[in-house]
Design a protein around this ligand. Structure first.
Ligand code: GLY
Length: 377
């Protein structure tokens, strides 16, 4: 990453707050946290084995370990990570990247413990089975013999699950992992990306011929709108793709997505849940979109080949993080999440709460600033 000349003055205080609250949550949680209600974590049913967010909780513990080097946190991360193990062969959704990159690869990179590699490799093998060679995309949801609607659906979020495949490609030497991930990313940029640099949350394809049908949404306002967290997933994920492949089309795409959203952020830089909501400025924000974006911009800065642009992405990320720290953390409220005012999904009436992934990417971004030598891809 381009050297950070002056780390922000509030960085250490922000990290200290996050680590202390993570320790508190560790002492009280029995199940994986997902979102808060009434200031307390909603803990997931153990049968879900972390659903799509268990990796964010384990990853948060790994980051706390990286910040403190407290060996008790290694034990805690391993213990919670073990609860994700039943998901290795899960053929029901694409989120094995979130689960096993953050739950295992991150821990492997921080500790060098080889035993953390095997579950992540197994999960990558399972994820690769979701690739549809006709449409050149990774099926988002449902079993591999699900309805045509499910078999033909792609979402922006999958951009975040590709890095597990790139990692597995390097570890195993099997080129298929990289080919699948890069092919999915090209399909995403061809069909989700619009000429103005915005993205649709979802796309539908004919799963048997691979033909593109239409843009659509699941958590956004409409098929023609731009869902803010999806756009942030794209900034982050396309930067990963450039890092893994060196193909400049992915660098350009990450930049384009970042340039689209910047002028559409409100004064405090925390996006509304969908950039096209007609209710703006009287609509809910999504602090998780802001933290994903901040970490995504720092990820983009770390691979950027234009040093002026790298500094721009870095300074934009710092400005977002400062706004989150000053106005969106729970430091004056005692609520269990680090960040307030996230929106899981307004169309599903889930908004204005803490979200474990918002918390994870907030701390990940702070750690990118505090310890740039850490490999967080
Ligand atoms: N991956 C689901 C979400 O972003 O809400």
């Amino acid at each position: 990453m381009t050297k950070l000349i002056n780390p922000p003055s509030w960085l250490d205080a922000a990290l200290e707050f996050c680590i202390a609250k993570t320790r508190l949550n560790l002492a009280t949680l029995n199940g994986f946290p997902e979102r808060t209600e009434g200031g307390k974590w909603v803990q997931m049913d153990p049968d879900l084995h972390g659903w799509w967010v268990g990796g964010h909780w384990v990853g948060l513990i790994w980051l706390a370990y990286a910040a403190t080097r407290d060996p008790l946190l290694i034990a805690a991360a391993r213990d919670w990570g073990n609860r994700l193990l039943p998901r290795q062969p899960d053929q029901d959704d694409h989120d094995l990247g979130f689960l096993f990159e953050l739950g295992f690869v991150l821990g492997y990179q921080m500790t060098g413990d080889e035993t953390l590699k095997l579950p992540a490799l197994q999960a990558a093998a399972t994820l690769s089975q979701r690739f549809n060679p006709r449409g050149k995309f990774i099926q988002a949801w449902g079993l591999l013999d699900a309805s045509p609607e499910l078999r033909g659906r792609t979402i922006m979020d999958t951009m975040m699950n590709l890095d597990l495949l790139f990692w597995a490609g390097k570890e195993t030497g099997d080129p298929r992992y990289t080919e699948i991930a890069a092919a999915h990313a090209r399909t995403t940029l061809t069909h989700h990306l619009r000429p103005d640099g915005s993205t649709s949350h979802a796309c539908d394809f004919n799963p048997d011929t691979g033909a593109f049908i239409k843009q659509d949404t699941h958590q956004g306002l409409s098929s023609t709108s731009c869902w803010s967290r999806g756009q942030a997933w794209g900034v982050y994920g396309f930067a990963d793709c450039y890092h893994a492949t060196g193909d400049s089309v992915f660098l350009d795409t990450s930049r384009r997505l970042a340039e689209y959203l910047w002028p559409r952020l409100p004064v405090d830089l925390i996006p509304f849940w969908d950039f096209d909501s007609p209710l703006i400025p009287n609509d809910v924000r999504d602090s998780s979109a802001a933290s994903v974006l901040a970490s995504g911009l720092l990820n983009l800065a770390s691979v950027e080949n234009d040093s002026k642009l790298a500094r721009l992405w870095q300074s934009r990320a710092i400005n977002i993080l400062e706004s989150l720290w000053l106005n969106y953390t729970s430091r004056d409220t005692g609520e269990a999440s680090l960040l307030l005012h996230g929106t899981r999904s307004k169309p599903h009436n889930l908004m204005d709460h803490g979200l474990i992934y918002g918390d994870y990417y907030f701390v990940e971004a702070l750690m990118r600033l505090s310890k740039p030598e850490l490999t967080i891809s």
